[in-house]
Every structure is written in structure tokens, then in C-alpha cells.
Design a protein around this ligand. Structure first.
Ligand code: ASP
Length: 303
């Protein structure tokens, strides 16, 4: 038995996103991410490798707010955050504010594998990734015309407002996987929120906030990062399983309800060691997909 869940961000979903070529392109990207994860799981590979493989596909797709095509800071830069966590070993790696590495999720994995640390930020994270032999990318690789337009429109409406996937483009990406040996893992990658201040870090690279995995459950969140940080959302979900005996669906719903009650928008994906899944969100939509061994991949965008 193995399973994988992915998300491509929660937020506004434009009606056009729900039909035609646009919809097919989105679905194809999510399917490709699931297939990349399944290719690892089907041959007995580790959950961590599967979650990473799925996120890698979405980082390279310019439609998602991660890697290429990420949202821009207030001063028009890209600052990328990512994290991975292996539930079996409890090891984790993360980077925040990286600007020069093509795939932040690989940098997070390198922090896990090749450093004594959990989180590296900014220039130090970039330098570490490059020293580990990760592929560099120039600013023009990340910066798409759509994101430049998005930032201009946002700033024209309100120079100080940040936006969660404001124009309906896909959002942050994440994956959680259960491998055939019972191991769980989570991976998340994001450009953050559009028009963010330089140096702002969201929930995604913070272990326990936007990303978490232990022996019981793996979690990846998407939404207004500040709300997920305050709720320590991903760990709160895991703690509910551990201490209250709630199942993954009830725990996920309770955490999201708490975030909603505090005014936060977003969603999350969670997968337990038995393969039970929860994919709740309190926004108009969340790009998401799931696949269990022997079953066809499922993709959803709207409610
Ligand atoms: N959670 C991400 C952040 O605040 C944004 C998103 O999920 O789209 O950085």
C-alpha cells in the first residue's frame, strides 16, 4: 500500500480556471506531479523521495507559485521558501528567502542530508545549495510576465496589500506521501504571498507550521502563512492525532476551523500511516490531487 497527495495552492479560483485549455493545463501539471511521486513509490522508494519528486515537477511549472513563476516581493524580487520532513527519522531540512537556486525543494533536502541544521536563510542558503552542486538559475528564470503584471495590479489597488494567489494563478505547492514500508513524508515549496516585504518568511519552510511529518501523519499547508504560523498548524494537526486520538479528517477540519475563526484563509493536505487522507480548505478552491496504489489519480480544483 502506498499513497500520495499533492496541492498546488489554495485561494481564489477564476471561473476561466475551471474550463477549457486552462483547466486541462492545470490538470496535466497536477497529474504529472502525482505520476512523478508514484514512480518512486511503485518501486518501493521512500516517501521523502516521492514527495520531493512531486514538488519538483510543480516548481518547474511556471503556473505555480513555487520555483519558476513564483510571486514577487514588493520590490519585484523572487524570494523562495521550501521544506521537507521525513516522518520516520524525524529529520527535516528547509530554506527561506533563496534567490539563486532553481529548485528550492532540493536545497531543503540538501540541508536535511548534508548539514547539521534544519533551516538556512537568504544568501547563506543559496551559497550552501550551490556548494552542494544544485543548479543555479538567474532572476529572469523565476520572474514571469504574469507575476510582473500581478504585482503592478496589486500595487495599483493598494500598495501595502499582500495577496494570496490574488489573480487566480496557482499557489504554493506541496506533497505528502506514504511509502510501501509505512514511512511518511511532507514537502512544501512557495514564493510566499505577492507584494510581501523583502525578507518575509511564511509558514511553508517552518517545520510544524506549514510542513510536518512524524510516524502518524504527514502535513503540507497552503494559505496566509501568518495565520498558519500562529496556529502552528501542521504540528497542531499531528498533536491532535497523537494526544486526542482524533482521526486525520477530524484533526484537519479542527485545525482549519481554528485558522478560519482567527480570520485565516487556506487549506492543507494530510495523510496518515494507514493511508487515510484529508484535503480541507476554506477558500474558493484548492488545486489538489491524490493517488493510492492500484487506483486512478484524482484531481480537483473547486469545491
Ligand atoms: N503559505 C504560503 C505563504 O504564506 C502562501 C501560499 O500558500 O500560497 O508563504
Amino acid at each position: 500500500m502506498y499513497a500520495i497527495l499533492i496541492h498546488g495552492g489554495a485561494g481564489v479560483v477564476r471561473p476561466e480556471a475551471m474550463r477549457g485549455a486552462d483547466l486541462r493545463r492545470r490538470e496535466a501539471a497536477l497529474r504529472a506531479a502525482l505520476a512523478a511521486g508514484e514512480a518512486v513509490l511503485a518501486v518501493g522508494g521512500a516517501a521523502l523521495d516521492a514527495a520531493q519528486a512531486a514538488v519538483l515537477v510543480l516548481e518547474d511549472d511556471p503556473g505555480f507559485n513555487a520555483g519558476r513563476g513564483a510571486v514577487l516581493t514588493r520590490d519585484g524580487r523572487v524570494e523562495l521558501d521550501a521544506a521537507v520532513m521525513d516522518g520516520r527519522s524525524g529529520r527535516a531540512g528547509a530554506v527561506a528567502g533563496v534567490r539563486r537556486l532553481k529548485n528550492p525543494v532540493l536545497a531543503a533536502r540538501a540541508v536535511l542530508e548534508a548539514s547539521p541544521h534544519v533551516l538556512l536563510v537568504g544568501a547563506g542558503a543559496d551559497a550552501f545549495g550551490l556548494a552542494q552542486g544544485l543548479a543555479p538559475a538567474p532572476p529572469r528564470w523565476f520572474r514571469t510576465a504574469a507575476r510582473v503584471r500581478q504585482l503592478a495590479a496589486l500595487r495599483a489597488a493598494d500598495p501595502a496589500a499582500t495577496a494570496l494567489d490574488h489573480d487566480g494563478k496557482h499557489g504554493t505547492v506541496g506533497a505528502v506521501a506514504l511509502d510501501a514500508h509505512g514511512g511518511l513524508a511532507a514537502a512544501t515549496s512557495t514564493g510566499g504571498v505577492a507584494n510581501k516585504l523583502r525578507g518575509r518568511v511564511g509558514d511553508s519552510p517552518l517545520i510544524g507550521a506549514g510542513t510536518y511529518a512524524d510516524a502518524r501523519v504527514a502535513v503540507s499547508c497552503t494559505g496566509q502563512g501568518e495565520a498558519f504560523i500562529r496556529a502552528v498548524a501542521a504540528h497542531a494537526l499531528a498533536a491532535r492525532l497523537r494526544y486526542t486520538g482524533q482521526d486525520v479528517e477530524a484533526a484537519a477540519a479542527a485545525v482549519l476551523a481554528e485558522i478560519g475563526a482567527a480570520g485565516g484563509d487556506g487549506g492543507l493536505i494530510a495523510l496518515d500511516a494507514q493511508g487515510s487522507a484529508a484535503l480541507p480548505f476554506n477558500t474558493a478552491g484548492m488545486y489538489r490531487g491524490w493517488l493510492r496504489a492500484g487506483e486512478a489519480a484524482q484531481i480537483r480544483i473547486g469545491p
